[in-house]
Design a protein around this ligand. Sequence first.
Ligand code: ADP
Ligand code: MG
Length: 381
Amino acid sequence: MSISAMRNMPSEVIEAVSLKSSPTLVTFESVFKTYDEQNWVVNDLDLTIHQGEFLSLLGPSGSGKTTTLMMLAGFDAPDRGRIMMDGEDISRLPAYRRDMGVVFQSYALFPHMTVAQNVEFPLKLRKVPASEMRAQAREALALAKLEGFEDRMPSQLSGGQQQRVALARALVYRPRLLLMDEPLGALDKALREHMQLELKAIHKQLGITFIYVTHDQDEAMTMSDRVAVFHHGKIAQIDRPEIIYNRPSSCFVANFLGETNLFAGSILDRVDGTARVRLDDDGSVHSAQCGGGESLPGSRVALAIRPENLSFARPSESAISAQVCDAVFHGPHCKLHMRTTAGTAVCMTFNPSAIGRAVPVPGESVRLAMPAPHALVLPPP
Ligand code: ADP
Ligand code: MG
């Protein structure tokens, strides 16, 4: 389904679509973790992982993503709560009995072994017979596009190739889950984007569950069936990428994924899912979508709208006034940086050939409309 189709759907339909899913594989139940007995690095985390999904754990540095992944892998244990897999408590099950492959940002290859030996290693540990071992290793090497590199040493490979070896090694015994912690972090942008598409294809081909830690929103949006946005050791929101982008549940999520304009204001009134909000900036009134939350008249709220959803207002239309600070051309689109009279920064992107007017110049005053389907009422930050 396209994002634009999603935008015009009532929120009940969006929720119904997003709840449709495959069976549960793993659950975190009220999991807590501390390293210093003072701060909860993972703070009452509840998480359900579905069989076969590509789930990304996305969040700023220090939000608890790696700690969560390490507890899932069995390299660390929760201080409170439990982790269940297939109805069994695996919180204290040793890592080697969990049937999970792990890939880290640092490739952690054995430097004295060839590529083939590295990939065969997990099978050796599992005492797989030699002929079977070779066949499985060959398959994993092919999956990671490493044919012809079998006899090289890790030191003779580029970063991207080394990461492919780590991937083949993690997949060679066909684990039920593949866990990855910023695996593309050390690669340059072009290679990273290429590998993202390859990982997505491998996921589709194998059908096993992928859990992917990243702080890069584009990476999470590109690959994932669902994204869990981490904030202070909790999940701020978990859903499909287009829903997280179009219906963020908080100012934090709206800001972390893409750019968002936020205006402080108060609810005037509300009819069903639509509220009218009076902005503090210039008292202008705008209609916006309310999520599930209660928003009574007088409640303090934030009104959120993406830069691509602002438009130049018609004379009769309710609008916020702003002054242009800078206009920047980015090939097919133009980005205007503005300030309201009260000083709030506003940003708008548009296709200059589709606006039916000249692109405003710095110093010019503009009136901006916020189309109601794209404006969201959020709890104040
Ligand atoms: P993320 O992967 O989201 O960047 P982490 O889970 O690595 O976050 O870390 C969360 C917090 O826990 C950070 O403040 C980090 O400094 C702290 N932390 C992580 N691992 C350890 C450790 N082994 N000992 C002490 N503190 C740690
Ligand atoms: Mg980390």
